[in-house]
Design a protein around this ligand. Structure first.
Ligand code: AMX
Length: 438
C-alpha cells in the first residue's frame, strides 16, 4: 500500500516530462482560431486552459482521467457496507490518475478523519455570524480564515524552491478537504439546528460518512449513500467552469489553496453556476404551489412558459458545454430508480415529469443551445425527501464536493510550474481595428 504522496512522487516526473516534450516539440501548433464570438461570448469554446483531471465531452459528458461515471461506479471503492463511490477514491483518481486499492482509500479516510477538526478561531468566526447570512458566504469566509495555518504560505515566506511548491500545496489541500465537512456541518447546525451539539469525528468513517454524521443525519444510511455519490460526481467538471477556473486563476498568483478555494466558492455561489441547485428546488416548489395536486404535462408546460416569458431562466436546464442530458443527472435519477420510496415522492416525481416536458418547451423557446437537464435539476429533490429541506444550504454541499477537483488541480498547477494566468483583453475599438484590417 502506497501513500498518496508516494504515488505523486512517481507520477509527477512523468507528467513534467510529457509537458516538457509538448513545449519543446509543439509550442507553436494551433488548437484553433480565436474568434470575436469567443472573446465577447464568455470565452465559450476557447481551448485556453490546461486541466488534467477530467475532460467534458458535449455529448457524452464528463470523464475523470478517462473514466465515465458508470466506470467509476464499477471501479472505485465504496465505504464499508455501502455501494456508492466515496470522496476518497474519487480524490485519488483525480489527483494521481490511478484507481486506488481499497487499502489506499481507507488510509486516506483515516488521514482525513485525523485532520478534520476545525481550529478554535474558525469555530468562533462561524459562530459569530448572523444566522441570516447565506450559508455559502459563511463557507467562503470559513475557508479563507483557514489560511491562518497554510503551510504553503508559511513555506513561501520562509523562502522555498519552485520545485517544492507542490508538496506544501498538497498538504494544504489535504488539510482543507479534511476540514470542509466540520466547517460545512457547523454552518448547517448553527443556522438550522441552533443550540444542539454536533457529533465528533469518527476515525473509522469516510469523509462523507463523517459529514452526514455532523449534519445530524448519520442514522440515515440511504442519505449517506446519496451524499457519497453526489459529492463524488460533483467533484470535477473540467477546468473552465467558473469555480474551478477561479481556483486556478487565483492559485496562479501563488495565493495559497485556502484563499484560492474561498474565491472559487464565491463563483459557485452564483445562480448560473452552483446556486442553481438551490434555485431548482425553490422553482419546483413554486410550481407545485401554483398547480396544486393536478400535476399534468399541460400544467407543467404552462408553468415553464410563464417562467420563460417573465424573462427568467429555467434552473437546472442548459449548460455551457454539454449538449445532452448530463450523465450526473442520469446517475442521480438511477439512484432513485432502485428505491420505490423515492420514486413515490411527489417532489421527485415532479422533477421527473418536468424532465419529460422541459426539453420540448426549451427547444420551442429556441434560445438555449442545450434544452436538457444539468445535474442541478435532480440533486436537490432527494435531499428534500430525506428531510434536508433547507435548500439555501444545498450549494454548500456542492462546495464540499468541488474541492476535490479544484484543489487536486492546484497541486498539479504547482507541480507543472504553470505560470500566472494573464489573458490579453481588448477594447471594442481595438477589436474593430483588428477585424477591419482583415
Ligand atoms: N432557461 C432559459 N433560457 C436559457 C436557459 C434556460 N435554462 N439556458 C440558456 N438559456 C438562454 C441564455 O440565457 C441565453 O439567452 P440570451 O441570448 O438572451 O442571453 C441563450 O439561451 C443562449 O445560452 P446558451 O449559450 O445556451 O447557454 P450559456 O452557455 O450562455 O449558459 C447556463 C449556460 C448554464 C448558464 C444556462 O444554460 C443557464 O442559465 N441555465 C440555468 C441555470 C443553471 O441551471 N445553471 C447550472 C449549470 C450547471 C452548474 O454550473 N451547476
Amino acid at each position: 500500500t502506497k501513500t498518496i504522496r508516494e504515488v505523486l512522487q512517481e507520477v509527477i516526473p512523468q507528467k513534467q516530462a510529457q509537458l516538457q516534450e509538448l513545449k519543446a516539440k509543439h509550442s507553436q501548433a494551433s488548437l484553433g482560431d480565436v474568434k470575436v464570438e469567443n472573446v465577447i461570448g464568455g470565452m465559450r469554446g476557447l481551448k485556453a486552459m490546461l486541466w488534467d483531471a477530467s475532460v467534458l465531452d458535449p455529448i457524452e459528458g464528463i470523464r475523470f482521467h478517462g473514466l465515465s461515471i458508470p466506470d467509476c461506479q464499477k471501479q472505485l471503492t465504496p465505504a464499508p457496507g455501502g455501494k456508492e463511490i466515496i470522496a476518497e477514491s474519487m480524490l485519488w483518481l483525480l489527483l494521481t490518475g490511478r484507481v486506488p486499492t481499497e487499502a489506499e482509500t481507507r488510509q486516506l479516510s483515516r488521514e482525513f478523519a485525523e485532520k478534520g477538526d476545525l481550529p478554535k478561531h474558525v469555530e468562533q468566526l462561524i459562530d459569530s455570524l448572523p444566522k441570516t447570512l447565506h450559508p455559502m458566504t459563511q463557507l467562503g469566509m470559513g475557508v479563507a480564515a483557514l489560511n491562518h495555518d497554510s503551510q504553503f504560505a508559511a513555506a513561501y515566506e520562509r523562502g522555498i524552491k519552485k520545485s517544492e511548491y507542490w508538496t506544501h500545496t498538497l498538504e494544504d489541500c489535504i488539510n482543507l478537504i479534511a476540514r470542509l465537512p466540520a466547517l460545512a456541518a457547523r454552518i448547517y447546525r448553527n443556522v438550522y439546528k441552533p443550540g444542539t451539539p454536533i457529533a465528533g469525528i469518527n476515525k473509522d468513517l469516510d469523509l462523507v460518512g463523517n459529514y452526514v454524521n455532523m449534519l445530524g443525519y448519520g442514522h440515515n444510511h440511504d442519505l449517506t449513500e446519496y451524499l457519497r455519490l453526489y459529492i463524488a460526481i460533483h467533484g470535477d467538471h473540467e477546468g473552465g467552469n467558473a469555480s474551478a477556473h477561479t481556483a486556478h486563476l487565483v492559485g496562479s498568483t501563488l495565493s495559497d489553496p485556502y484563499l484560492s478555494y474561498a474565491a472559487a466558492l464565491f463563483a459557485l455561489a452564483g445562480p448560473l453556476h452552483g446556486l442553481a441547485n438551490q434555485e431548482v428546488l425553490r422553482w419546483q416548489m413554486n410550481m407545485q404551489k401554483e398547480i396544486g395536486d393536478k400535476i399534468t404535462h399541460e400544467n407543467i408546460k404552462e408553468f415553464l412558459w410563464k417562467t420563460l416569458k417573465s424573462g427568467q431562466v429555467v434552473p437546472g436546464y442548459g449548460h455551457g458545454v454539454l449538449r445532452n442530458p448530463d450523465p450526473r443527472f442520469i446517475a442521480l435519477q438511477e439512484f432513485c430508480s432502485t428505491r420505490p420510496e423515492l420514486l413515490a415522492d411527489p417532489v421527485i416525481q415532479l422533477v421527473k415529469q418536468t424532465y419529460e416536458v422541459a426539453p420540448g418547451v426549451l427547444k420551442e423557446h429556441g434560445k438555449t443551445k442545450n434544452p436538457y437537464p444539468n445535474v442541478d435539476a435532480a440533486s436537490g429533490c432527494v435531499l428534500y425527501h430525506y428531510g434536508l429541506t433547507e435548500f439555501k444550504y444545498y450549494t454548500v454541499i456542492f462546495g464540499v464536493s468541488r474541492a476535490l477537483g479544484a484543489l487536486t488541480q492546484l497541486v498539479w498547477a504547482r507541480a507543472l510550474n504553470l505560470p500566472l494566468e494573464r489573458p490579453k483583453s481588448l477594447s471594442i475599438d481595438a477589436i474593430k481595428q483588428i477585424v477591419e484590417k482583415q
